[in-house]
Ligand binder design. Structure first.
Ligand SMILES: Cc1cc2nc3c(=O)[nH]c(=O)nc-3n(C[C@H](O)[C@H](O)[C@H](O)COP(=O)(O)OP(=O)(O)OC[C@H]3O[C@@H](n4cnc5c(N)ncnc54)[C@H](O)[C@@H]3O)c2cc1C
Length: 492
């Protein structure tokens, strides 16, 4: 309405008909009348002088709109407004005080009045890490709240697990997880299936490292001439890329959504409460108490007060750790995946095709891998970026041409029949690098790299044991932020 009045006025630059109560500078609320008074009987005035005597042009828009208007309008009064405003940063870009300062000042979140709820424990993030914690906290009688919004890596991964890690501690954690997966499957069907990992050998160095891994895994090496017998009767007879393959037993697969669902059900049956479609907005620590602001599904802001707050926020974890003054050094890496349409089972002896892995550094990727789902016969697979930081925080909504080309090349090279199968979907997720951080003192269960699905359940169990003062293996303490970490060096 106001703009219409003003523009009519500007078109009709007859001062007799002007409404001098019209605002000409909307940022600083300066009226035409004030400008005219300030100019008096002068016939010209500079923009800078007008600014200094009326505040016109000194608001957030820095004169981008009002100076053009005033120049045009004053012509109708026979007054020339000369010059231009001196440009000033940050112009229209909003930047907060404190943002450029190295010392962090906690942002004050303004919301409508908040209900306060006292909680024994709040887990932020309901992926595999958070949902496993929720289960074990509930079983320990702590009546936890689990706050989750949207779906992170735990619903976007290809859900395979292996017991073979070169680090004994990781091998132990993986073996314990395998047992927990079996137990979960006995409670409710999570499509748990035992599979094998088939690591292809493309050069001497890979041969040596895979061969060495036999020392810590139940594995055997096969030659290329036996691929049809040992891997798939459909394996490409003309594939010359690999000399051997290491086949590792006792690996597994399960459906991620079903796994998380059972963990959460056990948690709720034991007194936990799930807040789904609920977003953690802020967390602040005062003394021993955390204050966690949550925007719930009903659109209400609720403040949870608790002494046990666990950040299991996956790719968003580092941002929330910073809010309580913790620098984690973690970064999210975009990881792309695909699934095909259904196929007949293509593995050894009519079984689903095992997890096949090509570990060449090739065309921007460091590994290409995939397996066949026992339930549907679909092939599900991934390609890992060769340089993680290049994929940090990249948009998840698109898949790259390079990714599509490499999966097409490698999978068709393995099994020529793949070239005729339709891709049903492509997607991406984040995994978090460069290290796991599991630290009950700091309330962190984050950074699970490409291993969160296979390793999180047992680590969550140890977390709750540590919280309850029970004995935990020494290696658990290595996972602390201040600890050395547990880092698999042999195969990522
Ligand atoms: C394509 C792909 C393939 C993979 N394959 C495997 C594999 O085969 N085996 C394996 O072990 N691992 C695999 N991984 C890695 C695995 O997915 C991760 O390590 C694991 O999912 C991490 O679990 P998490 O619970 O820590 O994080 P997430 O699953 O990301 O959970 C964090 C949760 O917090 C939620 N959240 C974020 N911000 C907020 C907020 N403000 N308020 C409330 N909730 C919030 C997120 O939406 C999410 O639901 C793969 C990852 C990808 C991307």
């Amino acid at each position: 309405m106001f703009n219409v009045v003003l523009s009519t006025h500007l078109l009709n630059t007859n001062p007799e008909k002007s409404d001098n109560q019209v605002y000409i500078c909307h940022c600083e609320d300066v009226k035409v009348d004030e400008i005219l008074k300030a100019i008096g009987d002068r016939k010209f005035i500079s923009v800078d002088e007008l600014k200094h005597i009326t505040r016109l042009g000194m608001g957030p828009c820095r004169g981008k709109r009002c100076i053009l208007r005033i120049k045009q309008l004053m012509r109708g009064y026979g007054i020339e407004v000369t010059g231009d405003a001196t440009p000033r940063g940050p112009m229209a870009n909003q930047i907060n005080m404190g943002e450029l300062h190295s010392k962090k000042v906690h942002e004050h979140i303004i919301t409508p009045e908040r209900k306060v709820i006292k909680a024994n424990a709040v887990v932020a993030g309901g992926g595999i890490a958070g949902s496993s914690l929720f289960r074990y906290l509930a079983e320990a009688g702590m009546k936890p709240f689990l706050v989750n919004d949207e779906y992170g890596g735990s619903w976007r991964n290809i859900a395979a697990g292996r017991p073979a890690f070169s680090l004994p501690a990781l091998a132990e954690i993986a073996a314990q997880n395998l047992q927990l997966f079996k137990e979960l499957h006995a409670i409710s069907d999570i499509d748990f299936t035992l599979i094998r990992y088939v690591n292809f050998v493309h050069d001497e160095a890979t041969y040596k490292s895979l061969d060495a891994s036999k020392a810590w895994s139940d594995a055997y090496m096969v030659e290329a001439k036996d691929f049809r017998k040992e891997i798939s009767p459909e394996f490409n007879l003309h594939c010359k890329t690999y000399s051997h393959a290491l086949i590792t037993n006792n690996c597994w697969h399960a459906t991620p959504g079903k796994t998380i669902d059972v963990l959460r059900k056990i948690g709720t049956q034991n007194g936990g409460t799930i807040l789904e479609k609920a977003k953690v907005i802020d967390v602040e620590k005062t003394g021993k108490e955390y204050r966690v602001i949550v925007l719930n599904r009903q659109g209400e802001y609720v403040e949870y007060h608790t002494e046990v707050f666990i950040n299991a926020l996956g790719a968003k974890a580092a941002n929330f750790a910073q809010k309580v003054g913790i620098e984690t050094g973690l970064f999210p890496v975009k990881h792309q995946a695909f699934i095909t349409r259904r196929m007949p089972l293509l593995g050894k002896n009519g079984a689903p095709l095992d997890m096949l892995i090509d570990r060449r550094k090739y065309r921007g990727f460091s590994a290409v891998y995939g397996q066949q789902l026992a339930e549907t016969g679909q092939i599900i697979g991934c390609a890992s970026p060769a340089i993680d930081p290049l994929e940090t925080d990249k948009n998840l909504k698109t898949n790259s041409q390079d990714f599509m080309e490499i999966i097409s090349e490698v999978f068709s090279d393995w099994i020529p029949k793949f070239s005729g199968v339709g891709l049903q979907a492509l997607w991406s997720g984040y995994y978090v690098e460069p290290r796991y951080i599991v630290d009950p003192e700091l309330g962190l269960f984050i950074g699970m790299r490409g291993h969160g699905f296979m390793l999180s359940q047992y680590i969550a169990k140890l977390y709750v044991d540590a919280l309850k003062g029970k004995a935990v293996p020494d290696y658990f303490h290595h996972l602390k932020l201040s600890g050395p970490g547990l880092s698999e060096m042999a195969f990522k």
